[in-house]
Design a protein around this ligand. Structure first.
Ligand SMILES: [Zn+2]
Length: 436
């Protein structure tokens, strides 16, 4: 029987002639492929994404910098803790300070003093999730799937309306009315200037009927074609700028036939890579990512949009996701929650009042090298904002390193053992583990 350390030879970098000559400025090369326990090839892999602002070794955790900042952390510290790229949000930056301003500043990376690769999502997620008042996170719990397709959360006003051409929405900042369409999203994302952009798609929820999912998927397919056309037009028009890659977004909720169809449809288009998005239940995450990885072109990277827990990270990696993002490390840090190999804990507890050990024993991050639980708890309880910074640095480092270790384990042929060890320790050490 084959040992786990045996892997297939790295795939030859098959680079077909690009549809647009500038697409050769972006590439993805598959490295080591994951094997199943019986030695058969699995879907996970390592690789390298090459962008005009540097390489991303995959699998990679992409730090979320929604408004052109990873909250409470200096860009230099984000790089120092090991993050390889930052993902910002086109919807938020369009509303404030405006994409034209980022264009004038020389693009997102230059504006925020982040010289490494950047991503922007299309804004579709925020336009539609803020518009209906539902928190449409990827691991949302299953709800009554027979609900009306135009449902709005209790007490919320519908702020977004989808039609075949695009979406009208109201700003969550001041109620002003705005229009997003595939063409507008492409213009906004070109102006923001990230290395990797996402096509404008319609986000559905698990509450939508299957009939609505079918209708929505067709709309997203047509929008994908319009995004590519506009993307190539803008690439020509802005010839002096560095090439920005465009990823198509795969929807289809929990339906296997719809997900596979979306992958086949968008996989045949001239995208540089793909995002796997939309409504899916936590227990189906691996299955759905797996369907997509089976269908999508092997030589293009796959980004899983928004995940929330350590086990999701491993599930995503072994089912073929190359990059993923998650807002949680900094979000929970601001509520004094910190990760350890034994689970997630809250620093406000009285047991840490005179605890002069680091947040996580053996952690080599800046925070754990220099500060104690007692000091950071003091900062938090005194409402000193340095607590946000110190815990955020640790949490981002923790997740980035977990993914870096997983990448190394794939290369070493020890991924399955590593996953079992890390998961057992994380969930056994904390009887009620919380998400990342
Ligand atoms: Zn640390």
């Amino acid at each position: 029987m084959s040992s786990l350390s045996e892997t297939q030879a790295p795939a030859a970098a098959v680079q077909a002639t690009p549809a647009h000559p500038r697409q050769s400025d972006f590439s993805f090369e598959v490295g080591t492929r994951l094997s199943n326990a019986d030695g058969s090839p699995a879907l996970g892999r390592t690789g390298v994404i090459r962008t005009p602002h540097g390489d991303i070794k995959t699998p990679a955790f992409i730090a979320v910098g929604t408004k052109a900042t990873v909250k409470a952390i200096l860009p230099e510290a984000v790089a120092e803790l090991g993050a390889q790229a930052v993902l910002a949000n086109a919807y938020h930056l369009y509303l404030q300070p405006g994409s034209e301003l980022l264009d004038a500043a020389g693009g997102l990376g230059k504006f925020m003093n982040w010289p490494l690769p950047t991503f922007t999502d299309s804004g579709g997620f925020q336009v539609m999730s803020l518009g209906s008042g539902f928190k449409k996170v990827i691991d949302m719990k299953s709800v009554d799937q027979s609900g009306p397709d135009d449902a709005v959360a209790p007490g919320k006003e519908r702020l977004a309306n989808v039609d075949d051409d695009g979406v009208w929405f109201k700003s969550h900042l001041d109620g002003s009315k705005h229009r997003f369409s595939p063409e507008i999203s492409m213009r906004v994302q070109h102006e923001i200037g990230a290395d990797i952009m996402f096509a404008f798609d319609e986000l559905t929820t698990l509450q939508n009927s299957r009939g609505y999912q079918v209708e929505s998927l067709e709309r997203t397919r047509l929008w994908a074609e319009r995004c590519i056309t506009e993307h190539f037009r803008l690439t020509d028009q802005r010839a002096g700028k560095e090439y920005q890659a465009l990823f198509g977004v795969i929807q289809g909720a929990q339906y296997e036939d719809l997900r596979r169809k979306a992958c086949q449809d968008l996989g045949a288009m001239e995208f540089d890579g793909f995002g796997i998005g939309g409504a899916l239940e936590k227990e189906n995450l691996g299955t759905i990512v797996g369907w997509c990885s089976q269908e999508l072109p092997e030589n293009k990277p796959r980004h899983l949009l928004g995940i929330s827990e350590p086990d999701d990270i491993f599930t995503a990696i072994e089912n073929g996701a190359d990059t993923f993002d998650c807002v949680s490390p900094t979000r929970v840090a601001r509520n004094s929650a910190f990760y350890t190999p034994h689970g997630r804990f809250n620093l406000s507890g009285s047991r840490y009042k005179s605890d002069f050990t680091p947040l996580a024993e053996g952690c080599e991050c800046y925070t754990c090298t220099n500060y104690t639980r007692a000091y950071i708890q003091h900062l938090y309880k005194s409402k000193e904002i340095l607590s946000h910074t110190l815990i955020s640095i640790h949490n981002e480092y923790f997740v980035v390193k977990m993914v870096d270790d997983a990448r190394q384990a794939i290369e070493d042929g020890t991924f399955h053992e590593m996953k079992a060890r890390v998961m057992a320790e994380y969930y056994a050490g904390n009887p009620d583990p919380q998400g990342l």
